[in-house]
Design a protein around this ligand. Structure first.
Ligand code: GAP
Length: 441
């Protein structure tokens, strides 16, 4: 487990990142031309690409590089009995209080007995507020057609447990993983995309023989912590924090959070929970379908226990941005640089013809097309080369490939590395290979 440094409060960093996100097309307030809608965001061209990279990095580690996890993609709207069985209808609540003075609403567990807006202590009694968004399926708005937007993707894995075991011939230990949107009617969304009402989750349910769950919980805590480090977050900004008993979700016998040192202090990136047989047993009871696993080798029959690493993709993207943001000085000039991991950065490479002159365009475009087959590229031929490098630094592009007049003669280009600003002259034929090799360094 990592030893945590004291939390820093760095509002300068937070503001700089939020500002950069808007200015450079990562994240926009949703429906801004209509005045937005509180704490709801749209992902712009660079944000959409970066979010996709976060998903892919997770998919690579959790599915592609393993032989014991398979993916699914379940429906967002499902039978409401799922939420009855899972306990979400009864217990997925936050304690809500109203300030009688300014009428703001707060989560009682997030404030200290006084309204953070006006300071009044004249608050109502806390009452449970269910976080699930309700809607109606079909044209008639009646009780029989009520449905809910999923507040977690996990239940899609539990209700498909049998289908996956049968169709994929799986036996515990094995996992089912899924990435997708989830919705929670949060009382106090905020801190940019840290807490929003619509967000994206990356969850995996790992089904194990009951006695093995403590060992797998430990295993997944280590794996998941290492994943954030692999994609560029320094270890001193990460820690594992086990939950106290009173903090545990209704389904968990033990949870450890992966936390990141946000500008306002430590905050959760991911919860790794031992959900025991809570969900499969509940679905057995409510659906009347047996969800046991029968081990033919031992003759044993059991309901598997589940260890669940559950991460937020949108929140993780924000952590990657905060961890990567830096300002330094190059040749006496200040620059802003996002030191994003090459697989997380929106573009892996920018192709920059030294001049807009027509003579360079065909070769520069040829280089672009070669690279585009493997990498996300930007092509930029406006402004001075220095300014174009600065722009790529600011959006985190790890490599720039510059095509100059000499390239027409020697068939070589200059590859500039973002962090060191080091430049290397390389034959055009070697550039793809050179860059692909560096993606995971
Ligand atoms: N199935 C387990 C589960 O839902 P959770 O701790 O409630 O666990 C998992 O959510 C992760 O989803 C969190 O660690 C966080 O990264 C992300 N998350 C949860 N609520 C969020 C919200 N309102 N906005 C953005 N991300 C959220």
């Amino acid at each position: 487990m990592t030893t945590p440094p004291e939390p820093l409060t760095d509002h300068g960093l937070f503001d700089a990142v939020v500002n950069l996100c808007k200015r450079r097309g990562f994240v926009f307030p949703s429906a801004e031309i209509y005045g937005g809608i509180r704490s709801t965001y749209d992902y712009g061209p660079l944000g959409a690409q970066m979010l996709r990279n976060v998903r892919e990095a997770w998919w690579r580690a959790m599915i592609q590089e393993r032989d014991d996890v398979v993916p699914i993609d379940a429906a967002i709207l499902t039978n409401p009995k799922v939420w009855e069985a899972s306990g979400h209808l009864a217990t997925f609540t936050d304690p809500l209080v109203d300030c009688r003075n300014c009428k703001e609403r707060w989560r009682a567990d997030q404030i200290d007995g006084a309204c953070p807006n006006c300071g009044s202590t004249d608050l109502t009694e806390a009452r449970p507020f269910n976080l699930m968004f309700k809607t109606f399926v079909g044209p008639v708005e009646e009780d029989a057609s009520v449905a809910y937007l999923r507040p977690e993707t996990a239940q899609g894995m539990f209700v498909n447990f049998l289908n996956v075991v049968t169709s994929m011939r799986r036996k515990p230990p094995f996992g089912i993983a899924q990435i997708g949107r989830a919705f929670r009617n949060e009382i106090t969304p905020g801190n940019f995309v840290f807490r929003t009402r619509e967000f994206e989750m990356m969850e995996m349910e790992f089904f194990v023989p009951p006695a093995d769950s403590p060992r797998w919980l430990q295993y997944w805590c280590e794996e998941r912590l290492a994943w954030y480090q692999r994609y560029g977050i320094a270890s001193e900004k990460l820690r594992l924090r086990p939950h106290d008993t009173e903090e545990l979700s209704h389904y968990s016998s033990g949870t450890t959070d992966v936390e990141f040192l946000f500008p306002w202090g430590w905050g959760e990136l991911e919860g790794i929970a031992n959900r025991t047989d809570y969900d499969l047993s509940a679905h057995e009871e409510h659906s009347g379908t047996t969800l046991e696993y029968f081990d033919q080798a031992t003759g044993e029959r059991y309901v598997p226990h589940v260890v669940e690493p559950a991460a937020g993709a949108t929140r993780t993207m924000m952590a990657f941005l905060l961890a990567a943001y830096d300002e330094d000085e190059i040749g006496g000039e200040r620059r802003t640089v996002l030191r994003l991991h090459p697989r997380i950065a929106p573009y892996q490479v920018a192709v920059l013809p030294l001049s807009k002159k027509e003579a360079l365009t065909p070769l520069a475009r040829d280089v672009l097309h070669r690279l585009q087959r493997y990498l996300m590229c930007e092509y930029d031929e406006t402004q001075s080369i220095g300014r174009r490098y600065r722009r790529q630094d600011e959006i985190g592009t790890p490599y720039c490939v510059t095509v100059d007049f000499e390239s027409l003669v020697d068939e070589q280009v200059t590859v500039r590395e973002r962090d060191s600003t080091e430049q290397t002259r390389l034959p055009i034929d070697d550039v793809v290979h050179h860059l692909l090799e560096r993606l995971d360094l």
